[in-house]
Design a protein around this ligand. Structure first.
Ligand SMILES: [Fe+2]
Ligand SMILES: [Fe+2]
Length: 360
């Protein structure tokens, strides 16, 4: 599975470098190095894609500098070469190429070839799912840390959206959950679960990419108010007393306040954060909204949120199976929209969507 570090794309063609970067970022962080500009390594390098004309003097200078900086045990390097004669391939190998492909190779194919060298035991899908969970997990850690002081970096949330959407699209919910179960922090695990469920649900409903972003954004931030709940209540290894529950319930309005004071937050993310515990029959909190006052994105996320809480393992309860969790949702009558609960059931029951551990 992916480890911290960057894949370098060394290029003398910035336009092609950017399409390679887009493909690399599906599996790892990426940095573009342009041969004509000075650069230094700033952290661990997992692998290198070299996309330069070897005949150019600046390519030689750049690759010699690269070799020096990577040291005696360099990571695997894939060269994309225009010239496929044996002399050119020998030259590429002299600069450290572990493999060579023609320069016109599709970026995703080139990245898959490098991935086989860097992670011989993982499939590209494993890497995409691992990347999505890791990226979202990192965001949640940073976000909850700064939220304690009252604000979060809204722009950072945007960087996690595509990795989450790609992970669910490529790997399905089951693989997402398999990785998420390994997270030991209950709150982060819950937010990752809700993000995966919401994205899988949005994709099964055929929502546009923009709407999927909106839903994933809301899912990632929806419980940010828990950053201001005392840990003794948040992590209590047992059921909450009435007064503790009252404190816990403030997280929805607290989260809304945090996002509001962070500036420039999407209105849907604000709404789902404040209202994801509202019920259609008016029995929810914090504003006791009912029926039409609860917009579709909130209805959708609320279903995912309740289902996630049910299938989670907590010190005081065994995880519900997927079937039992669905029975609870279906039994909530006028609190949730029945048709949406049915659609959610189909989304999590599809072959790629069924949560493996909860079903077992
Ligand atoms: Fe919540
Ligand atoms: Fe939640």
């Amino acid at each position: 599975m992916s480890s911290p570090g960057t894949i370098l794309v060394v290029t003398d063609r910035p336009d092609h470098g950017h399409s390679l970067k887009g493909a690399v970022e599906r599996i790892a962080d990426c940095r573009i190095v342009v041969t004509t500009q000075p650069w230094w390594l700033t952290g661990p390098v997992l692998g290198v894609i070299v996309n330069v004309k070897l005949s150019r003097p600046q390519s030689h200078a750049c690759l010699t500098w690269l070799k020096q900086q990577l040291g005696p045990q360099p990571p695997p390097a894939l060269f994309l070469t225009e010239d496929t004669t044996s002399a050119a391939l020998r030259e590429a190998r002299a600069f450290g190429a572990a493999a060579c492909l023609p320069v016109y190779t599709e970026p995703r194919v080139a990245v898959a070839a490098l991935a086989r060298l860097v992670y011989p035991h993982d499939t590209v899908t494993d890497l995409i799912v691992g990347r999505g969970v890791a990226r979202a997990g990192r965001l949640l850690e940073d976000m909850f840390h700064t939220a304690e002081a009252g604000a979060v970096n809204i722009a950072a949330v945007e960087d996690a959206l595509e990795p989450v959407l790609n992970a669910i699209q490529e790997g399905g919910l089951t693989r997402w959950l398999d990785v998420v179960w390994e997270h030991d922090d209950t709150t982060f695990q819950h937010c990752l679960l809700v993000a995966g469920l919401t994205t899988a649900f949005s994709q099964s409903l055929g929502l546009s990419r923009t709407d999927q972003h909106q839903m994933a954004r809301g899912a990632l931030v929806h419980d940010v108010g828990k950053a201001q709940i005392p840990l003794a209540i948040l992590n209590k290894p047992g059921k909450l007393e009435a007064d503790e529950m009252a404190v816990m319930r403030t997280h929805a309005a607290l989260g809304y306040g945090i996002l509001k004071s962070s500036g420039n937050c999407d209105p849907v993310a604000l709404a789902v954060t404040r209202h994801h515990h509202e019920m259609l029959d008016g029995s929810g909190y914090p504003d006791r909204l009912s029926s039409d006052a609860i917009a579709d994105p909130i209805r959708l996320l609320t279903i995912c949120d309740i289902y996630a809480a049910l299938i989670e393992r907590r010190p005081y309860k065994a995880p519900y199976s997927s079937a039992d969790a669905m029975r609870v949702l279906e039994g909530m009558g006028g609190k949730l929209e029945g048709a949406l609960v049915q659609a959610f059931g189909k989304a999590v029951a599809s072959p790629s969507g069924s949560p493996s551990r909860a079903v077992a």
